[in-house]
Design a protein around this ligand. Structure first.
Ligand code: Z5A
Ligand code: MG
Length: 216
């Protein structure tokens, strides 16, 4: 049995990450795959509740302290994520360490410092980056409700995201319709899963989970 694939959706605010995660999970399940969603921040844990209080302006925290909480929120999920991947379940992940580094660096923290706490997390097999101009994001539902939903910050976040672009990234124009984005994401995700299952050489090389997020 091959391990599950780690499929990440990252990108700008309101770009449709959560919408696309739900559609991708439904489509892959219908095709008989074992698939689960992981969402960061996971606001259900104790650490996640502290993050939620910060994002909704109910609590003030030092920029470095909140950065470390976002990272800890990923580390606390790591054993369970690894177990699921090793058991052959594909994980569809809604935001991850790229968001962590992009937001904190855009606030003024040092890029290398921001990467350090996430070093060693399991690396995604494929990352879809949903790219949306801030002016378009502002027109979409709910923009402006939380702490980081401000135009200048969002523009800096996008610049850092693009600096972090890895070789596993697939760029998706989030100005397209929900359906058109879904078709592209599903096609690429299925291809990634198919290669993992059928290509012996690839599967063998890639059999071990890559615990090397941000390790050069
Ligand atoms: N953050 C951080 O600082 N550090 C970290 O380590 C992590 C996160 C992991 C909360 O994240 C904040 O935490 C976030 C980054 C920071 N801050 N900001 N800003 P979150 O993931 O909980 O945020 P969210 O509330 O889910 O928003 P989102 O992720 O930005 O939205 P989305 O998932 O990309 O979009 P959506 O919910 O699918 O869709 C948004 C709206 O647009 C909705 O009305 C849709 O119907 C509409 N939509 C979606 N697709 C389309 C298309 N194609 N066309 C037109 N309209 C569309
Ligand atoms: Mg979302």
């Amino acid at each position: 049995m091959t391990r599950g694939r780690f499929i990440l959706l990252e990108g700008c605010d309101r770009a449709g990450k959560s919408t696309q995660c739900a559609m991708l999970i439904a489509a892959l399940k219908e095709k008989g795959h074992s698939v689960e969603l992981c969402k960061f921040p996971d606001r259900t844990t104790t650490i996640g509740q502290m993050i939620h209080a910060y994002l909704t302006n109910a609590k003030e925290l030092d920029d470095r302290a909140i950065h470390l909480l976002f990272s800890a929120n990923r580390w606390e999920a790591m054993q369970s994520m690894k177990r699921k991947l090793e058991a052959g379940t594909h994980l569809i992940v809604d935001r991850y360490a790229y968001s962590g580094v992009a937001f904190s660096t855009a606030k003024g923290l040092d890029l290398t410092w921001c990467k350090n706490p996430d070093k060693g997390l399991v690396r995604p097999d494929i990352t879809f980056f949903l790219d949306l101009p801030t002016a378009e994001a502002e027109k979409r539902g709910g923009f402006g409700d939380e702490r980081y939903e401000k135009r200048e910050l969002q523009e800096r976040v996008r610049e850092v995201f693009l600096q972090l672009r890895g070789k596993e990234w697939v760029m998706i124009d989030a100005r397209e319709t929900v359906q058109s984005m879904h078709h592209k994401i599903l096609r690429e995700a299925e291809e990634k899963i198919r290669v993992g299952e059928l290509d012996g050489r690839f599967a063998e090389e890639d059999d071990v989970l890559l615990d090397d997020m941000f390790i050069d």
